[in-house]
Design a protein around this ligand. Sequence first.
Ligand code: ADP
Ligand code: ZN
Ligand code: ZN
Length: 810
Amino acid sequence: MIASIIVDVPVNRTNRPFDYRVPDYLQPLIRAGSRVIVPFGPRKLQGYVVVLLDETSVGATDRLRDVEQVLDDTPPLSPELLKLGEWMSRQYLCPWVTAVQAMIPAVLKGKAEKWLTATELLDEQSCGRSPLLWELLRKRHLPLSEVEKQFPDEYTLVPGWIGSGLLSTEYQVRDRVTKKQQTFVSCHLAPAAIEEAIASLPKRAEQMKACLAHFLRHGEQAVSMQTVQQEWGISRATVKSLEAKGLLTVEQVEVYRDPYAQRRFAASEKPAFTPRQQEVLEPILHSIQQESYASYLLHGVTGSGKTEVYLEAIEHTLARGREAIFLVPEISLTPQMVERFKSRFGADVAVLHSALSQGERYDEWRKIIRRQVKVVVGARSAIFAPFENVGLIVIDEEHESSYKQEETPRYHAREVALWRAKENGAVLLMGSATPSLETYALATRGRYGLLEMPDRVGNRPMPQVHVVDMREELQAENRSMFSRKLHELIADRLAKQEQMVIFLNRRGFSTFVMCRSCGYTLRCVHCDISLTYHKTNHTARCHYCGYTIQQPAHCPECQSEHIRFFGTGTQKVEEELAKLFPGIRVIRMDVDTTSRKGSHEELLDKFRRGQGDVLLGTQMIAKGLDFPRVTLVGVIAADTSLHLPDFRAAEKTFQLLTQVGGRAGRHELAGDVVIQTYTPEHYSIVHATRHDYPAFYREEMMQRRRTGYPPYFRLVLITFSHEEVPIVVRAAHVVGDHLRQRIAETTVLLGPVASPIARVKDRFRFQIMLKYRDEPNLAELLAQATAAFEEWNKQQKVLMTIDVDPYVLL
Ligand code: ADP
Ligand code: ZN
Ligand code: ZN
């Protein structure tokens, strides 16, 4: 048997499968998608089996080397995921192996220790004359490294035993127990025997008798030690003495770590659908019945009942015996959201969240690969859930930029979802109140079914939006960061004891340190950006490289004392609120208050319980939160995100304002939104105020057409970096010249020019941008350019990254 294997050397030269011979003893275990160890030159590397071939179908095999190890009992990659990896490698110009590694949990890639475990099939008879099996029958687990040392003769027999189900392997992350063990107690005696035992126990052994009586009622099923102790009130010592008498069995059983274990989820009733919901559900459910590819964009205002539509679609998918993937932006993956799923689908749900520990993620992933769940809820990378019968993929908040991965492989989850939906004959359902222009444009052209839900459930009114021109505030001598309108409404809500959300738009705008005498700003000495001021320790820090200095007392340029931080941070807003409204209870959510695991949720819980009047924060609080008692939303600086060097600046501003506005008045209480801005006439602000997506879409599409940006043109951004300017410039020209000779006439090549952030971590950055409408061989073209670059780069150390359909242009 021959295995074709891609190896973990993520460079283009080795980006193809290599053939290895599979020794007989590994054959029971190896499959397409298996993770293996192979020799590669002088090294040993991890690799993935792409395909298994018959010896006869391959040419000369005598020079092939052997596969050394098969790492998992169940291959972590399905044939579909292998194929997806190949597609990604072409689409996003990354090595195939890099693409497939993005699909599996980090535990499997790191330095995890492998353990051999006896399964329930291993008994005295199957142990035969093997000392290793007898040892395992006794101990249940052994580290594989120890097996290799202590039982060298039997080592090669292990794969066969795994293949026949007697043994299994698991990974243990160093310093961290991967599997959580729980103690279970059971009684395997017949009822009559238990009664007999109770009768024969001494009179004063009351606890023991009580314990057995519980088991008499409970039956044979195992009970957790926790239940025995806490609910039955039986001590551990009592259980132990009953075990010693052979009346009870105590064993350690693996349980999955469940990050939501502490919560109780009430089974939820589904609501009677509104006519709108029924209307949009009809085509979706029809497609789900068809079990063939279909795609929809569900454009519904915040609070229109989209989530109920998703849940219904998932239920129908499961009813057909198929599986569902539900993607949400990381930040919206709140306990509330998880609760809605768990209460509907119970234990059928796995949750993949970046706040999980590596071990927790691995546990959730194993539930998927062992087919113990049917629904996966998760952020971007959950799109790689190793299901084999996907019937539905939902992408909530479809427009979110966090669906794009900003490191290799630079994929977009929406595109991967589209690929998987087609491959599986599944339904792709994308939803948003503010769809991305790209998606909406395709929907209007019929590529996706367009479903609209323009009204809130129960006809709750959209909140009243007040736009305040901050220039007028200044003219009226109001120098506070709160306009008179916002001030008045905050006071009103405090009096009525209703809650508020105050949102600070800080995208690309933070507290920098500037001299008011000469205008000098503190900048990073390694990167070309301003330092951000941190009040807690009076330092200024670079957010790219971490360079930190103490806030200077005098301007380094003109020696003036008037050097201080500028701009509005959440801390500043909090102080101002406290000054203006003594006694106001503010819950601040920003990177400083939420860095600890779980703190994000704690703060939200606190607010939900009413232990705060104001929830104050940045982007973090814009999405998905649903608080019944919030009746006022204030936006401090609506237009700061308009001034970024990004063609999506207006779109992002519109989305943000719409999302934030959607937080107010979602329930019985009506809501107000105050938007403070210096550019009230900008169309993104005007249309957000009127909740008018179509008008915004039309105007923004005109801009994009005029400036030649997506969706009219598509982009490729190629970035180069090196410590020396002349070298990085030459590299950019090598690739630029190569491409210029080969691109289509309608394609525009911009650059090479210095990147907007021209230096990061002491490396100078140059870029080339391709704008194209129709470039049929783009992937091939870029692959050739990469080859030309690598040839030139042999003597240099220039880094080149290619970003197809980029989101970050800095
Ligand atoms: P969206 O996802 O579009 O923001 P949700 O699905 O969260 O909207 O619905 C908004 C609110 O309306 C939620 O509190 C939800 O429970 C409620 N809701 C949704 N559909 C119905 C319905 N058919 N009847 C009653 N309440 C509903
Ligand atoms: Zn100065
Ligand atoms: Zn820096």
